[in-house]
Design a binder for this molecule. Sequence first.
Ligand code: BGC
Length: 769
Amino acid sequence: MKKIFTPKSAICISAALLFGFKSVNVNAQTTAETAKMNAFVSGLMKKMTIDEKIGQLNLVTGGMAITGSVTNSGIGDGVKNGSIGGIFGLYGTAEVRKMQEAAVKGSRLHIPLIFGLDVIHGHRTIFPIPLGMSATWDLDLIKQSARIAAKEATAEGLNWVFSPMVDIARDARWGRISEGSGEDPYLGGRIAAAMVRGYQGTSLKNADAVMACVKHFALYGGAEAGREYNTVDMSRLAMYNYYLPPYKAALDAGAGSIMSSFNTVDGVPSTVNKWLLTDLLRKQWGFKGFVVSDYTSLNEVTNHGLGDLQTVSARAINAGLDMDMVGEGYLKTLKKSLQEKKVTIADIDRACRLVLEAKYKLGLFDNPYKSLDPVREKNDIMNEANRTAARVTAEHSFVLLKNDAQTLPLKKAGGSIALVGPLANNKRDMLGTWVIGGEWEKSVSVMEGIQRVVGDKVKINYAKGSNITDDTTFMKRLNFGPGMVSLDKKSPKDMIDDAVDAAKRSDIIVAVVGESQSMSGESSSRSDIGIPESQQKMLKELAKLGKPMVLVVFNGRPLTLQWENDNATAILDVWAPGTEAGNAIANVLFGNYNPSGKLTTTFPRSVGQIPLYYNHLNTGRPYTDGPTKFKSNYLDIDNSPLYPFGYGLSYSKFEYSNLKLSKTNLKGNETLTATVTVTNKGQYAGEETVQLYIGDPEASISRPVKELKDFKKLSLQVGEKKEVTFAITPDKLKFFNSDLKYDWEPGKFVIEVGTNSDITEKASVKWLK
Ligand code: BGC
């Protein structure tokens, strides 16, 4: 059994309990606070038996989030006898209180539990999936989404969230690309930090703060062939320069915990990887929080071929893994390993101390019930303000991929629209993956949103037009929860006929198509990343009518949209927008909001081009144009992506001109400024994200053709012109060299400023040391 994302109401849980917390930089405690905490934790640990210490390292699932074939039982007893340190997948003030009381009143040392959950893009009020949220390039909105998620999560008794997921991904086949912020380490790092700050708030002790858990450490997004849980094999240079920065950024922002990944890192599974969990994480990066395994990832080390449960558990505690999720490897084997001298008491103490410290930082020892407030539970969840924030964030996340003849925005009065497609009158698929607390019944469909904006001023002719998929084998795989995808009673042909008929009666077609909820996320890799065939068939029939056709595309990953790009008049990519989907989509379609989202992952033309990402190295035989033989290219397809990283249109037209550099020859620790003028030449006020890239063509190692180094979001009225300036210091030129030394090297640098990674204004400088 894989992930189950079931609304709370549909779940049967026996018991539960738990607590409150706080947040923010766990490394930023004052010396006095740290001394106080150390004294408290040392005092407590002196009273603890070895079993109680090992119990603190045991994290069990309460059943509301099951993402593997194993679950836990006997939780109530475990809490009372001190063999459980925390519970995840259990929320609601009544359930949490019950469990927390069992721990605090019923266990020998009264140690509170920590309550965690996968709160990934909102708790009850669902925001766009993280990949969509990253397309806002708006750190304030992203931070706000995490803040609201924290408020809602704490209002239901939680104090720990398994987020942010910061895995860099360059392979759209991998379903979990939906959960991250795309392919760029710089943007990924900025977003990771914003999320941590949003979750943890100003203090972990606040009743509305949750401790963040950065995941999945490390390199989980590098799975070979984009296949879930697959092997990762990568050079240290690639790790340090491209994949590790977002984890580091999240920890530097103060994240209190981190989760080990399922994959191997340099041949050793992360969960038992001493280099990763101790040398890098603790010694190089100075991390002071605790490390939790992923769901049974410790037990799975046996499948990786490193020995039985006792062996791998001993190895994990030695390597630096503190808490064991679900698999009970620590619970069942650590005492024996201690007796057999395979582990030391010092390692068990270290792990126990770090878990207790987290609880201390969260204020749980002061008040284990700090966020268990039924009034907050009633008022702070899914209120108007939260829904508004979710809608605004969704509007900002949409990426306009194509807009021929200014087809969008649509007119709010007059004429008729054929609204077709399996996602048009659909609530279930609005939320996207990882929505354990999400209630799809409360989401707004596209149809509802459109009706709200146009009322009866525009005639809407609706037809479903196709199933999500007609392929019943595929459908079975998608249905890991009840009723997620189903076949309509009508035949596929009749459905297409209905859509064609609706289109014939209308001036314009709006087809809402793409991926359903379970087509991306964990354990949802795809080898074909196009719009499913059933939907394509419908689109092909509609295209024959020669009417303007707008596609609203739902997707948890970059899709291959070559045919759609060639045949549709306009394409709006809406990812999975969350609870307020329909309202946000209607606002953008009808021009209440001018789209401003930009892609954070490259969209390939074909799966065969993957991995395709903008910050690639040059080759010795780069293909630009001209003769193709003996150049790095394909016989049957262009090298270029369909839509590059950073791409996204607006209803306005932004013109870039006059890139000016303050100098072209620099030395040492100077600051270079790059200024460009951006003018709104369109008919609408709008927002534009101006992007700064730097190329380093003269270095000791081969460097990416360009790398994102900064960005700024502007609002421009019609006809308005603004100058945008970036300050560039040598810090922006640094990278890890062959000795893994982080430094910059003198030589030529190419400064690019533009609207996306492909279309930029360029100038070069010489920068010497
Ligand atoms: C996922 C994690 C998640 C955990 C707990 C695992 O399968 O990889 O991201 O936090 O389950 O639900």
